[in-house]
Design a protein around this ligand. Structure first.
Ligand code: SF4
Length: 437
């Protein structure tokens, strides 16, 4: 089966899933009403968006340099930092730090998902528990996330109730607060049992080496604080020049990501836990982790930054706002991408995973431009998708029907491939029909 047929089969199965549509429609409605009520209450929204865009423009011009600066700053703060060029390199570093036979609690991380870190650590004999509620649901269902902010957006409350009921061995109601309380009960002890916490980062300040993690659940706080070892993985694009720049990203993200003024929790982590309370002598691992390891990942980002159009994809702050309101994502959700979704996901999948995985949804995008209007950074996503299609065509990923139409044009000067003489007879026929009316 060709890449196109395979993807088409998947798409058809997605369209038949009514429960997914229900869950998605509920989530989109809740998100849009929250977002449109909070945006007007941010008086300097345009200025803030512009500032963050300028920060990202600058950062993308010096990706490599900033990653190195962040590494130095993290080490200065007594953390360990590593630069990984590929997914394989990042996995190897994680293995060296973590080893096997450990219990690991993990918070949401797109970069970890990009390199399939959980699966890798499990294969090495570790027990990995996703602690973000959406990720926990997706892990229990044996699936992968379908949205960059809301990983279980495709799962209706009834299915969550069924899932948790099986776990606890009794029938639970599909009442959301009840299900949330159950998740708390199921996960609570794991944070303190774990030997390692794995997190991502929303932004990293190169000058101080500070990792910022925004969340609402409070699970990332536990993940990054309760276990004795904290491993953070982040792409190069998360690094901005200064802590002041990072604060601007922190202000802009929550209204677009979840329709709130500010995230429930903003963790700022600079080095491992330490104290100098006894004789002013520094010792590590007081209440938080004794070790902090930060893996900074390239995995195609430097290459992407060299492209005059695609480099803009690196500005993305992963708010996910363009997904909720994309007409195609609203139908296909997680099938409209792989780890990274919708138009903005196309270059990310193409560079960090494979051109084949990016091909189908690159052509499924209508390039309507709604995403560009909704994006806080006004990223020109339609142009990015067009540029990706040009690269994909060069690599041989073209929709078979498009190829056929092009061939027909070249051969018979019409898209249907009808020979000229036959076409003339059609015209005559339609002309006589027209006269008959
Ligand atoms: S492209 Fe823009 S709207 Fe979409 S996730 Fe990135 S920052 Fe948010």
């Amino acid at each position: 089966m060709s890449w196109f047929d395979e993807s088409r089969e998947l798409l058809i199965s997605a369209l038949k899933d009514a429960a997914r549509r229900t869950a998605l429609a509920r989530a989109v409605e809740a998100y849009t009403s929250a977002k449109y009520s909070v945006l007007p209450s941010i008086p300097d929204l345009d200025e803030l968006s512009q500032q963050v865009r300028e920060v990202k423009e600058k950062a993308v011009q010096m990706l490599e340099e900033l990653a190195k600066q962040a590494k130095e700053s993290i080490e200065r703060a007594s953390g360990h930092a590593y630069i990984a060029r590929t997914a394989e390199e990042a996995l190897k570093i994680a293995e060296q730090i973590i080893g096997s036979g450990k219990t690991i609690v993990k918070s949401k991380s797109l970069t970890a998902e990009e390199i399939k870190l959980r699966k890798f650590l499990e294969a090495k004999g570790n027990r990995v528990i996703e602690t973000d509620l959406g990720e926990f649901i997706v892990q229990l269902r044996g699936e992968t996330p379908t949205h960059i902010v809301n990983p279980a957006i495709h799962v209706p409350r009834e299915a969550v109730a069924e899932l948790f009921s099986k776990m606890v061995g009794r029938r639970l109601p599909s009442d959301i607060p009840h299900l949330v309380a159950m998740a708390r009960e199921l996960l609570r002890e794991e944070f303190f049992r774990a030997e390692v916490g794995v997190s991502g980062a929303n932004v990293i300040a190169a000058d101080t080496g500070t990792i910022f993690i925004l969340e609402n659940e409070g699970n990332a706080r536990f993940v990054t604080n309760a276990p004795p070892v904290h491993v953070c993985i982040a792409g190069f694009e998360k690094v901005v020049p200064s802590i002041r720049d990072a604060f601007n990203v922190v202000r802009l993200l929550p209204p677009y990501a979840t329709g709130i003024m500010m995230a429930g929790y903003v963790s700022m982590i600079t080095g491992p836990s330490k104290t100098a309370d006894i004789e002013k002598t520094v010792a590590y691992g007081v209440h938080g982790p004794k070790e902090l390891h930060v893996i900074l990942l390239d995995n195609g980002r430097i290459e992407m930054a060299k492209h005059p159009v695609l480099r803009e994809a690196l500005y993305c702050i992963r708010c996910g706002g363009c997904l909720y309101e994309c007409p195609i994502y609203r139908i296909l959700d997680g099938f409209f991408g792989a780890n990274y979704f919708a138009g903005i996901g196309v270059p990310w999948v193409m560079y960090t995973r494979s051109p084949q995985e990016a091909a189908f949804f690159a052509y499924a995008c209508t390039t309507c431009g709604r995403c560009r209007e909704l994006c806080p950074l006004r990223i020109d996503i339609p142009s990015i998708v067009e540029a990706c299609r040009a690269i994909l065509r060069e690599k041989g990923f073209t929709v078979p029907r498009h190829m056929q139409l092009a061939e027909n044009f070249l051969k018979e000067l019409n898209p249907y491939g009808e020979p000229k003489n036959k076409r003339a007879s059609w015209l005559q026929q339609s002309e006589s029909m027209r006269k008959g009316f």
